[in-house]
Design a protein around this ligand. Sequence first.
Ligand code: NAP
Length: 289
Amino acid sequence: MSATVIDGKAVAAEVRERVRLDVEKLEPELGRPPGLATVLVGDDPASAIYVRNKRKASEEAGIRSIHHEPDGGISQEDLIELVEQLNDSEEVDGILVQLPLPDQIDPDAVIESLDPGKDVDGLTPTSAGLLARGQPGLVPCTPQGVMELLRSAGVDPAGKEAVIVGRSTLVGRPLASLLLGADATVTTCHSKTPDLGEVCRRADILVAAAGRPALVTADMVREGATVIDVGTNRTDDGLVGDVDFEAVKEVAGAITPVPGGVGPMTIAMLLANTLRAAEARARSGTQRV
Ligand code: NAP
């Protein structure tokens, strides 16, 4: 039997609508709309599109978009100074510095300068540490989107075998913490994992986040497993994931497509994080989440 295809666009639209309604409720308490600052450095065309989409989605959810586009030649020192101004701004609840940054700038130094209470990408060491310890904090958007997709498909990770292919700080590692926090038994694979197929076949929940087209083939998937494809690869055949979708959907119980699966969730969770950061500020009068 062919797998249920999980509709990321529909789930993302639900999350965005939920955020919009909560923003409406929060605004009187804040005395202003929640604010999301975006910082775009350089002229990477893909980054420009991502930021444009994030700003548009913010405005649609009632979140004020505060945009900065410094010159591509900006020094690391000046960029950190801009981040510090945004950290101090009363109107800004979330800050997003679009990556990659130009070569003269160390991205880690910029990320570390972010106020963790405004770190809506969940990338600061503080956010990562809180997540690894299972404590509340802002969580990276893509792994959070994966968890939301599992919820929407009625898949409870508790007691299940979850296998993640990929160990990046952006996706694989935070997702491992989230799945562990949801009581799954978690295995994280990477390029040095000797027999990837054997490990993947154990999975009730299999997440591919390697950035390798068709890495996950049908023989690597247990019958009835839930397969989430985070991969986003531009090929001559267009945008494809890490999973051989057509073949795997005949084995899996549920599967996300690319495009239209995890992709739309990332922006939706960014809005949810901005709302959360704004709520925390309204609640406590401080910037802690
Ligand atoms: P990344 O930093 O390049 O990490 C890739 C990970 O996959 C690494 O841990 C690497 O192992 C592992 N890997 C690579 N080839 C492998 C193989 N043949 N077998 C097993 N593991 C392998 O990538 P990322 O930032 O996590 O992104 C992963 C993919 O998700 C990319 O396609 C990216 O475009 C996509 N993505 C999509 C969204 C979205 O919104 N949909 C958001 C973020 C990322 P090593 O650590 O050993 O090198």
